[in-house]
Write a protein that binds this ligand. Sequence first.
Ligand code: FSX
Ligand code: SF4
Ligand code: F3S
Length: 379
Amino acid sequence: MDTHSALYEQGRKRLEELRQLPPRQDKSLQERMLEHGVTRRDFMKWSASVTALLALPLPFSNLVAEAAELADRVPLIWLHLAECTGCSESLVRADTPNLDSLIFDHISLEYHETLMAAAGWQAEENLEHALKTYKGNYLLAVEGAVPTANNGAFLTVGCKGHTGLEIIKEAAEGAAAIISVGTCASFGGVQAAAPNPTGAKGVYEVVDKAVVNLGGCPPSEKNIVGTLMYFIMFGRLPALDMYNRPKWAYGARVHDNCERRGRFDSGEFVEQFGDEGAKQGYCLYKVGCKGPYTYNNCPTERFNHHVSWPVLAGHGCMGCSEPNFWDDMADFEKPLGRQLLHGLDATADTIGAVILGATVVGIGAHAVASLFVGSSKED
Ligand code: FSX
Ligand code: SF4
Ligand code: F3S
């Protein structure tokens, strides 16, 4: 059996098992879609686009559709640590609900501090209850970094004053899988910027289990929903890169798929914000774009229902999905290559050649490390 047939079979079996479990929502996905005027045709188109996003062949879209319908069988616990809540906002902030947000509503969300009605003691009880009841079966999503200095005392959550560090360790123990949503939960993010007084770390650094890192400050709603769908469909984590990011989302550089790439290749650069080049949509490399060093699918998936992404809006990529981006990618409005090359005042062509040389090495290292990590985490 080839890899795709074996994976399809695995998905089919997993969904069969999920179907045996009682629904946890009082409405079916179909009822929700009907209420919001979403047609079956829209749904099938959405399933096909998620299938393509996950880099799976089209026949898998049947599984994606079924997994979406059965999303309420998988309990999800969503914790907030040191962060800005932009990651949740990325998913739920929409003036009209689309299928991504409808599916998110349909997932059995047992606990989410931003979205739930409960507060205080009741919220704490809900979390304790969910951790106990669904032990071993829940999907744990974490947003925000874990402050570890002074035994985690820089972050306490809830009326019992537990530290974020205590909460994440306890919640990780009973989780079937852990997803770090956003750069803060993945790598510490802005909170871990030098001198990092709170000892902020990524979740994977404080728990003993494999963690999927969804880099991005915030990550797109597509990357969040795609990862949830993958787990619902197959009951396991997707293939990961060297930083434990799903390869289907973080396998290519922002620069590889950028709509301004032709401008870069022809040496047409914005020299300063507001100039004629900026009006013409020239490449933003000279005003600090870090797309050549950043792995993410922003140009193809965009944000807010595919409306826009940083470069389309006129600012360079800040490298927000990479570890240590706040320190390593600064200054955000100056080219990194020029700084690293000690003030080399290169022509556009030289800049292009330097970057391309650097990225060939980058890609090589990325691919080799991915193979290495992949051998222990995927088939
Ligand atoms: Fe971090 Fe998410 Fe940036 Fe904010 O919560 S990834 S600060 S967008 O919201 O964690
Ligand atoms: Fe796009 Fe930035 Fe690459 Fe220019 S440097 S092509 S703006 S990603
Ligand atoms: Fe972040 Fe760059 Fe995308 S700044 S949102 S990785 S374009």
